[in-house]
Design a protein around this ligand. Sequence first.
Ligand code: V47
Length: 383
Amino acid sequence: MSELRINDEQLKPIADKVIAGERLSLDDGIAMYRSPDLLALGWLANSVREKRHGDTCFFNVNRHINPTNICVAHCKLCAFGRDPNAPGAYNFALEEIYQRAEQGMREGATEFHMVGGLHPDLPFEYFLDLMRGLKKRCPSVHLKAFTMVEVGYFSRISKKSIREVLVALKEAGVDSLPGGGAEIFHPRVRKIICDHKVSGQQWLNIARTAHEIGLRSNATMLYGHVETEEERVDHLLKLRELQDETHGFSAFIPLAFHPANTGLAHLPPTTGYHDLKSIAISRLLLDNFEHIKAYWVMLTPSIAQIALRFGADDLDGTVVEEKIYHDAGAKTAEFTPRAELERLIREAGRVPVERDTLYRPVDRSKMPPPPGPRPDVTISINI
Ligand code: V47
């Protein structure tokens, strides 16, 4: 590895701590966000990343499915949610969801990533039926479904406790939970960007309960809107604290805010500099998280690739159909074939390893061939 050169004096004691394997503090986090020395932060984050994972870079073959964009929450940060009769509002029939899932399975997906709006009329039972239906049709595919925000909403509409909701989801086939909806935990920020969502404390409590009943989850942080540096670090340290307690988080994904078509459209988008700094700082502060994802849909494949040398060890997956970021102006493709993910990883000097949702290597040579095509399904994607 090349030598560390630090141009910012403030980073020197932090670098000493990182090299000694010591935990960083709130003040260290703030100093890192305030530092202009991106290359030193990247060097340090890369050293931590290489200690954990060597040159391995993970990716998976997955499919996103968003059953509905009808949502009662009206978050300012979001361009995806719609009122029931608004232009572009949709609610897939169960059969449409099953078709998408079966197609994903035939194309080799090992994971369905399912999140959607908080629908005003669909009862909790509907979502349990959906999970059972998916597990019956695609038993080999991991169901990573429903954010802590959706779980909180299910608890409200079903009048069941959070624990009861999570147990019912697990019994119906949910294998783990994605990391969305965390945004920034601080109440000042939530009041502005997502006033009607579960609070930061509730998000953490739901994650804790999920981990307690044996459901792993991911965690995210939405940055680049109205939050301060202190609020970002506070968010990361709250996740680190919960991870100390449960060890239930698999990966952390910093999410860059996309302002187009949102209630915060006047804000500028994040820059590559800020994106890489966020990856590096999360790798350095979250010393008890095994994986940091560079989500290519949100970062662009070019920045995600560079992030593999700034602390990230995972590019996420093939995705196939993405609505949340594209409604908010993302210019990336909705789908990246596995060969392209592998090329991006190799070109960054890393070794691609296909993983399942729980980061176990996937050996395609030992997997049964996917079932044959269904005659009524015409869309075909070369994964
Ligand atoms: O929860 C919504 C965020 C999340 C916008 O767990 C926005 O593996 C930017 O959570 N600009 C959904 N972000 C995405 C997500 C995710 C993605 C990939 C992998 C995983 C995982 C999770 O996107 C939402 C919200 O935090 N979001 N609107 C926006 N305008």
